[in-house]
Each structure stands twice: as C-alpha cells, then as structure tokens.
Design a protein around this ligand. Structure first.
Ligand code: ATP
Ligand code: MG
Length: 168
C-alpha cells in the first residue's frame, strides 16, 4: 500500500483533477483505491457522489478527525474505489482541533490503528489536500509516502511551490 497526497499552497493548480485521474488510472489497472478528501470544498467527494447515492448518513473525514478510534468508515463509490468523503463542516472542526494534543497526527493515529486492514484492502490511498498549509494539510502530509505538488508555470506558481518545499 502506498499513500500519495496532492499538495499545493495555491488554489486551482490541478490537485483534485490529478487525484481523480490517478484514482481512475489505478482502478483501470486493477488496483484497489481509497480516496481521502481533506478539502472542505469537497470537489473530489462531489466528483464521485452520484445522484442516487445518499451521503447524508455516511461517515466523513470529520468523524475520523474528531475520533481517530472510529475504525474504517469508507464508502464504496465505484468498482475498486472507496472514499472517506469531506463535508461542509470540515473547516469548522479545525477550530475545535486546535486545542487537541497531537492535532497534526490525528490521521496518522487512525492509520496506525488500521494499518493491517488498510494494507489488505488497498493498493493505493490517494489524499486530496486544501490549498493552504493548515492543520488538515499537515495531517495529510504526516501520513504520505509520496507528495505530488502540481505547479503553475508562472512566477507566483514557482513561489508557492517553494513554500510547499519549505513547509515540508
Ligand atoms: N493538467 C491540466 N491542464 C489544464 N487544466 C487543468 C489541468 N488540471 C486541472 N485543470 C483545470 O483547472 C481547474 C482547477 O483544477 P482543480 O480543481 O483540480 O485544482 P485544485 O488545485 O484542486 O484547486 P483547489 O485548490 O481549489 O482545490 C479545473 O477547471 C480543471 O479542469
Ligand atoms: Mg482541489
């Protein structure tokens, strides 16, 4: 199992698009994929949620961050693709998390508790991150084997890419 995150401290550079495309490519190659949407914009989640699916009762990344003991909470969206979706309250919980110990390692703690099962279930875990160096991004970075940072070919694109390297 490999954990791959898409990170940029700049909006609209293609993080979610690349996370989506990598998931579909891995699926095509017969791999099992878990997507984790750590962005409150929830674009990746909405890409996979079909109209007939009722996501109101589904557990989300908010439940996981609130309680890393929650266990496996993924939802199947396609053959070979599961997701731990984002939800609109994700930004609000960062205010709550700020007081917690090890607040940058909540996702890491969840991974540690579920490593054996995750290794059995998935070939790739793909994480979509928000365009900021915040608590959510730090939680994603802390568990990643590989971080992919798309970069806009411009001066500001280069500057923000440099910020990514400095932050890590
Ligand atoms: N390789 C690409 N070439 C051209 N356009 C692209 C490419 N990748 C993504 N786009 C387009 O760029 C826009 C932003 O893409 P996307 O939502 O993936 O960026 P993002 O980095 O996830 O943004 P945000 O920071 O807001 O989450 C979309 O309209 C998408 O279709
Ligand atoms: Mg995005």
């Amino acid at each position: 199992m490999k954990i791959i995150s898409f990170m940029a401290i700049k909006g609209g550079v293609g993080k979610t698009t690349m996370a989506f495309q990598l998931a579909k490519y891995a699926q095509k190659k017969g791999n099992k994929v878990l997507l984790i949407d750590l962005d409150s914009q929830k674009s990746l989640t909405d890409t996979f949620v079909k109209e007939h699916m009722n996501f109101s009762d589904v557990k989300s990344i908010v439940d996981l961050l609130n309680n890393p003991n929650v266990g496996l909470i993924q939802t199947n969206v396609e053959q070979g693709i599961d997701i731990i979706p984002s939800n609109n309250t994700l930004d609000l919980i960062t205010d709550v998390l700020i007081t917690k110990a090890n607040k940058e390692l909540l996702l890491f703690m969840w991974f540690v508790k579920n490593t054996i099962k995750l290794n059995e279930l998935y070939d790739y875990i793909i994480i979509d991150l928000p365009p900021a160096w915040n608590l959510l991004t730090k939680n994603g970075v802390a568990v990643s084997d590989l971080i992919v940072s798309p970069m806009e070919p411009s001066r500001f694109g280069y500057d923000s890419h440099q910020k990514v390297l400095d932050s890590i």
